[in-house]
Design a protein around this ligand. Structure first.
Ligand SMILES: NC(=O)c1ccc[n+]([C@@H]2O[C@H](COP(=O)([O-])OP(=O)(O)OC[C@H]3O[C@@H](n4cnc5c(N)ncnc54)[C@H](O)[C@@H]3O)[C@@H](O)[C@H]2O)c1
Ligand SMILES: O=C(O)C(=O)C[C@@H](O)[C@H](O)[C@H](O)COP(=O)(O)O
Ligand SMILES: [Zn+2]
Length: 366
């Protein structure tokens, strides 16, 4: 068992990583139940894992009620938020209760936001079941739904009380979803850890094939990186947490263009976005051209999009930049960009000319 602390004053919690943990989850959850029924929120693709969790709780004498939502990015919506909060209120969830989010980043983000606003805030626990959720979304307390204007625009910072990661749940995850989650793993190397990017280049094949040792290393290393950065800047006000947004300004625009559908998964948008961030950095003379080429080559080698063409983008640069204007990093009309001086040398640049970004995008092959 690996325990990774997330240190945030009175909002601190542990991320517990262990193969087979789901079947033993009640050992960690029962103390939070206060002898009351626990609500589990999940999606329709999680039935086997839901059964494992229910069995664990039931064996420990903890009653549970399950709320099963449709899968997919469309579930991060006002309609599903209303449906979920109505159900949680019907179940009589109190502020001192802990709702269990069992699923990927969609379930985690939606449940986290519902719990941030339910009765002005109740507790929740993350049990992430996708690679993306295990290495990124379940940790750090960003919660949100999408709105007509864009990605994650309605949300709150609300930390979970605990994160339980069972890497063996990934055995049932479709390959495309594993690859999409891998984009957020590579991100930690590109942000500030060139050695980890080297490790990714050497071990991506094994990791994506389900090798348990490679998977455990990637998950533990990624969670530790995220916990460190979130611990330095929980509310994204100090310029540190923004680094976790590498590739996301481009990526969210591409996701918006795809209508937040499975035409382009979040991780796929992030992969294309990271390639574009490195490509733009190289085009501006900030990063070596060879580093940008190495990033693109690695993403391509694992079957992730490495730019606009592979992401299926047809919009022109100005249209994509218009999507970016909704980015939450916007400040007094300026959009800070995550650029890089090289692999593992990402930084926040507040001087980027949006016309140059549009021109760069127009110069890219489609
Ligand atoms: N809050 C954050 O810090 C943060 C970080 C990164 C991403 N996100 C958000 O996370 C979302 C993407 O999350 P995701 O990639 O996990 O997608 P997801 O939640 O849609 O899950 C992907 C698919 O896999 C299925 N699935 C989940 N676990 C499974 C399993 N073990 N076996 C079989 N099928 C399974 C789901 O039903 C779904 O169809 C995006 O909305 C993104 O914005 C949030
Ligand atoms: O935790 C963070 O901070 C991140 O930026 C992690 C990202 O992978 C994640 O996709 C996040 O939801 C994007 O943040 P947003 O503020 O741009 O919605
Ligand atoms: Zn992300």
């Amino acid at each position: 068992m690996t325990v990774i602390p997330v240190s945030l004053d009175d909002r601190s919690y542990d991320v517990i990583v262990e193969n087979g943990l789901l079947a033993r989850a009640a050992g960690h959850l029962a103390p939070l139940s206060r002898g009351r029924t626990m609500a589990i929120v999940t999606d329709e693709n999680l039935h086997p894992h839901l059964a494992t969790l229910q069995a664990s709780l039931s064996a420990a004498g903890v009653a549970s009620e399950s709320i099963v939502l449709p899968p997919g990015e469309g579930t991060k919506s006002w309609a599903m938020l209303e449906r979920l909060t109505d159900r949680l209120l019907d179940l009589g969830v109190e502020r001192g209760d802990h709702v269990i989010a069992l699923g990927g980043g969609v379930i985690g983000d939606l449940v986290g936001f519902a719990c941030a606003i339910l009765k002005r805030g109740c507790g929740f626990v993350q049990i992430p079941t996708t690679l993306l959720a295990q290495v990124d979304s379940s940790v750090g307390g960003k919660t949100a739904i999408n709105s007509r204007a864009g990605k994650n625009l309605i949300g709150a910072f609300h930390q979970p009380a605990m994160v339980l990661v069972d890497p063996t749940t990934l055995d049932t995850l479709p390959n495309r979803q594993v690859r999409a989650g891998y984009a957020e793993v590579v991100k930690y190397g590109l942000i500030d850890d060139a050695d980890f990017f080297d490790w990714c280049e050497a071990n991506a094949g094994a990791l994506l094939a389900g090798d348990a040792a490679a998977r455990s290393h990637a998950i533990g290393h990624s969670i530790a990186a995220k916990a460190r950065i979130v611990g330095e800047d929980e509310f994204e006000t100090k310029g540190r947490r923004a680094l976790l947004n590498l590739g996301h300004t481009f990526g969210h625009a591409l996701e918006a263009e795809a209508g937040f559908s499975d035409r382009l998964l979040h991780g796929e948008g992030v992969a294309a976005g990271m390639a574009l961030a490195y490509g733009f950095s190289a085009a501006q003379g900030i990063a070596p051209v060879g580093d940008a080429a190495r990033v693109s080559a690695h993403l391509r080698s694992v079957g992730l999009p490495d730019g606009l063409a592979a992401a299926g983008s047809t919009d022109d640069g100005a249209t994509l930049v218009a999507h970016m204007m909704h980015d939450k990093k916007m400040s007094a009309g300026t959009l800070p960009f995550l650029l890089a001086r090289g692999i593992g040398q990402t930084y926040v640049d507040k001087t980027v000319d949006l016309a140059a970004v549009a021109a760069f995008l127009d110069s890219q092959p489609r």
